[in-house]
Design a protein around this ligand. Sequence first.
Ligand SMILES: N[C@@H](CCC(=O)N[C@@H](CSC=O)C(=O)NCC(=O)O)C(=O)O
Length: 297
Amino acid sequence: MSFKVSEDVAVCGGRLLKLSHFSQVIGTIMNVNVYLPKQYYSQTDNKVIPAVYYLSGLTCSPQNASEKAFWPFQADKYGFAVVFPDTSPRGGDVPGDPEGSWDFGVGAGFYVNATQKPYDKHYQMYDYIHKELPTSLDEYFSNGSRLDFVDNVAITGHSMGGFGALAGFLKNYDANRYKSCSAFAPIVNPIKVPWGRKAFGGYLGADEEAWKGYDPSELVKKVSNRGNDRILIHQGTKDPFLESNLKPELLLEASKGTSWEGKIDLKLVDGFDHSYYFVSSFVPEHAAFHAKNLGLI
Ligand SMILES: N[C@@H](CCC(=O)N[C@@H](CSC=O)C(=O)NCC(=O)O)C(=O)O
C-alpha cells in the first residue's frame, strides 16, 4: 500500500511525515501523520521501534495533535513512533451531518464501522484504524525498517478519540492487539450521552444492542482482564463537556464487580479544561505508561 509524502518536517530529534494514501476500506484518500523518533535516524541504534496510535477528537485532522500535543519530545525520550490518523473520511461524495453540526459526519467518524446509508459507503473507521492502517504502514516502511506498526503497539486518544482508543483496545483485548491503552477526557459511555447517541444512531441505526458492541462501559463487563493490565485516564475538572458527554465515573461504575475493577486509573485533574493545554500537560505521563508497556523502560 503506497503513501504519498506531502511534507517531511524536522521536529525535536526526529521527523513528522505528513502522509496520504488511498484506503480500500474507506474508499477515499486518507491523511495520516507519523512521527518517527530520533532513534529511527540514528546510525548506531538498531532496536525495533514500536508505535503509539493517537486518536483525535471531534473536528480534528491529523494536524491538531501533531502541532499541539507535544508527543515528539516523549517519542524521542523513549524511542517510539506516533501515528496521528484522521477522524473521518473527507471530500468527494463523503456525506456530512444533515444538521450541519461538528459532532457528526466529517471530522466526527467515531471510529466505528457504519452500517447505515449513506454513511456505510465510506465511514468504516474501525476497520481502517485497527486493521488497514497498521498493516499499510508496516508494509510501506518494511524495506529494511526497524519500525513496528502492528505487533508492539499502544493506543490512546482524546475525547471522541479517547472513546475510540478504549473501544478498540477492549474489542481487540483477547487478540492482544494493543499492549496498553490510555485516554484524555474520553467519552466512556457513548450510548448514554448526546454525542454518542447521535453518532451511533446515525452510523449504526436504531438498534441499541448494536451500539453496545462499541461502548467501553459495556465492553468492560464482557472482556476479562488477563491479570494486571491497567487503563490510564486523565480528566480535567473544568472541562465544559464533563457533565454532558464525558462522565468518566460511568466507566468506573460499570467496571465494579468485573475483572477491571480497580484497574482503571482515573485521574481527575483540578482546573484543566478540554483543550490541548490539558492534553499536552499529561502527555508525558501517558508516554511513560505506554513506554513501560511497550518494553522500552
Ligand atoms: N469546534 C467546537 C469544539 C470542538 C472541540 O472541542 N473539539 C475537541 C475534541 S471534542 C471531542 O471529541 C478538539 O480536540 N478540538 C481541536 C483542537 O485543536 O482543540 C467548537 O467550536 O466549540
